[in-house]
Design a protein around this ligand. Structure first.
Ligand code: K7E
Ligand code: CUA
Length: 661
């Protein structure tokens, strides 16, 4: 069988599994162990043991679950607008979604990484990638808010991201799609081999503030970068990236990018790259990209345009980028807790290769190369290989570790999790998933010291698992107890969006730092109203600024007159509450955006352009007190050119409204 027909055969296997997962037995009874309820029951009022942060895939958000209960605790808006709290709609947060392509209100969010200190999660930040319009985000874990989004230039889509080095010196991003870049971008697609390139980006993370800065990019041949992980311990100066399409196909990749028996894992010595940058060995390339930063000081975001990036070319600068052959279109690229073993998961491979960091170093020192690929040395497969896991299952995708010498690999096609030993590469256990598992997550499972205990499988296809909900069903997650020799499925819960990677850590690392409200005296929003006496309405040309306060259970002002058709009205709502979990909402009839949800001590702005004359209700959208339903008011809109004066107040007399200061 030639490689082409084997590729088609394997692609067929994929297709069959996609089409017919329901041909598997529906053995829920056998799938859940009898003590499962006890193991996952978190009594009302009790807290979960772990936070589980899960990527939202095509909803562009991050969701937060408790483990072991599987309870959904929160959705954190990141790359997509979120009408539930006004993220991306309010004047303060709109800037977060600016890119060089303009305002991009959606993305496809695949991978998450918790910030680390000495290879362990430190609970400070959560990083997220955007697969569509290349971006990375930083979420503050004391507020669960997205604080920063950095766009990546010279990239066609950011998939192999945002994995971090052992002390969060860098997070990375690699382009999934190679593209033409620089001054030659309008080229025929079939000139791919000549004109298309890939890059991987190293983004510096400020150790105190978390601020992101694109430190350098490495210019690479036109292949597709898929996943990555940093080395740790002995290998901490290195980063590993999987890539596929070393065939450099630009059409029907299903077949054309499955020709070669091996693609690559790319090993990058980032310490050496850093030195090249310090020695000014990089080339500065001008290219615009947008950097959005949200600050708690003003409760608002600003965008700035960056203009340059340092590019390192590994065909000129030696000894910091190497390719390692890896069978067949590798996807996951995972490094074990010791930092010695690098696991490549070839989606179409019938085995799992495990590479040795020590052997890779010896191969580089001894120049055990198999020529080069586009000018980059290719290490001999056998010289880098520690061993192969034989017959693991079909369609290996991703591997996590339990810190006890075991690895767990997801098998998409055979719908199972396979546990194997790092020591002798023997398969120890298999557990079915329902169905077609993608990523796995063990708390701390990609760090130096995994917490173990649980494994979560995030599955692509749910089919018969839950009550039918029309053509689309929720994705499913399955929780396994991995504390014993055998994996035991103990819970099955639906998720939102499409979960890809997740991260989990003991709850107290985060919960102890959780912010309860913002101090009103520290509110630096330029439109803040620090007390009801300061509430006012100000006209500036056709702009009306409403400085309005909210506290249980009224707005000041709640009657506003003197707005004219053609005006732009800005409701700057300050929530005066100084108490945990008392947000107020704000909405106005006919507004072309969402509500805003204002946290205690915060100011948020809703922009409204009235389109008709009349009296328009405003109200609080969050059931904040027994008299929440009374938390309402009116705005009167008069014809353009009317000379009704600006009047505003709360508890005004019935006739002859008087402005209350
Ligand atoms: Cu396997 Cu985008 Cu990490 Cu999903 S990727 S499964
Ligand atoms: Cu404030 Cu309801």
């Amino acid at each position: 069988m030639n490689s082409r027909s084997s590729a088609i055969l394997l692609a067929g296997l994929f297709g069959a599994a996609l089409a017919l997962p329901s041909c598997k037995p529906r053995s829920e009874a056998g799938a859940i162990t009898s003590d499962a309820a006890e193991k996952t029951y978190v009594a009302p009022g009790k807290y979960d043991e772990f936070y589980n942060f899960v990527s939202g895939g095509f909803n562009g958000q991050v969701s937060v679950y408790g483990l072991p209960s599987g309870r959904l605790l929160k959705i954190i808006p990141v790359f997509s607008v979120f009408p539930e709290n006004g993220y991306g709609y309010s004047e303060e947060t709109k800037a977060m979604l600016n890119t060089s392509n303009g305002f991009v209100p959606w993305d496809d969010q695949h991978h998450l990484e918790l910030s680390q200190t000495d290879g362990k999660p430190d609970g400070r930040w959560l990083f997220a990638n955007a697969n569509n319009t290349p971006r990375v985000a930083r979420i503050n874990l004391s507020t669960f808010k997205t604080e920063e989004i950095l766009e990546l230039p010279n990239s066609g889509g950011n998939h192999s991201s945002p994995f971090c080095t052992e002390n969060t010196e860098y997070i990375v991003a690699g382009t999934r799609f190679s593209i033409p870049m620089g001054d030659k971008q309008d080229v025929p697609i079939n000139s791919y081999k000549k004109n298309f390139h890939g890059t991987v980006s190293f983004i510096k993370v400020d150790s105190l503030s978390g601020r992101l800065q694109l430190a350098f990019q490495i210019l690479l041949p036109g292949v597709d970068f898929d996943l990555s992980h940093a080395g740790k311990g002995p290998s901490k100066d290195w980063f590993f990236f999987s890539c596929y399409n070393t065939e450099q196909a630009h059409t029907l990749l299903e077949v054309n990018a499955s020709q070669r028996d091996k693609d690559f894992i790319m090993a990058v010595n980032w310490k050496k790259a850093e030195q090249y940058v310090r020695d000014h060995k990089g080339a500065l390339r001008s290219t615009p990209y947008i950097h959005n930063v949200y600050t708690e000081k003003t409760h608002s975001a600003t965008s700035s345009t960056e203009t340059q990036v340092t590019i390192l070319d590994p065909t000129e600068l030696k000894d910091f980028v190497y390719f390692i052959p890896c069978p067949k279109s590798p996807h996951g690229c995972d490094v074990d807790p010791s930092g010695e073993y690098i696991v490549g998961s070839g989606k179409l491979a019938a085995l799992i290769p495990v590479f040795s960091y020590t052997k890779i170093q010896q191969a580089i020192a001894g120049k055990q190369f198999d020529g080069d690929y586009a000018g980059i040395p290719v290490i001999k497969y056998e010289a880098a290989l520690y061993g192969e896991v034989q017959k693991p299952g079909l369609g290996p995708l991703h591997t996590e570790f339990d810190g006890k010498g075991n690895a767990y690999t997801s098998m998409f096609v055979s719908s199972e999790v396979v546990k194997w030993s790092l020591k002798d590469l023997k398969v120890l256990d298999r557990a079915p998933t329902y169905y077609s598992v993608g990523h796995l997550c063990i708390p701390g499972g990609d760090t130096k010291s995994p917490y173990g205990k649980y494994l979560i499988a995030y599955n692509k296809i749910t089919k018969d698992r839950y009550l039918p909900t029309g053509p689309e069903l929720a994705q499913s997650a399955q929780l396994y107890d991995i504390s014993g020799d055998k994996m035991k499925m103990i819970l099955d819960f639906p998720t939102v969006g499409e979960p890809h990677y997740g991260q989990a850590l003991p709850a107290e690392i985060i919960s102890k730092n959780s912010v309860k409200y913002y101090k009103i005296e520290e509110n630096g929003n330029p439109y803040v109203t620090k007390g009801e006496k300061e509430a006012k309405v100000v006209r500036e040309g056709n702009k009306i600024h409403v400085y309005i306060t909210a506290i249980r259970s009224h707005f000041v002002p709640d009657n506003i007159e003197g707005v004219r058709l053609g005006d732009e009205v800005y409701f700057h709502v300050t929530n005066l509450e100084q108490d945990w979990d008392i947000p107020h909402g704000f909405a106005v009839k006919g507004a072309a955006n969402s509500e805003i949800l204002i946290m205690p001590g915060e100011t948020c702005t809703l922009k409204w352009i009235p389109t008709a004359i009349g009296v328009f209700p405003i109200y609080c959208t969050d059931f904040c007190s027994a008299l929440h339903q009374e938390m309402q008011g009116y705005v009167r809109v008069s014809p353009a050119g009317s000379n009704n004066p600006l009047l505003f107040g709360t508890n005004l007399a019935d006739s002859g409204a008087v402005a209350k200061k």
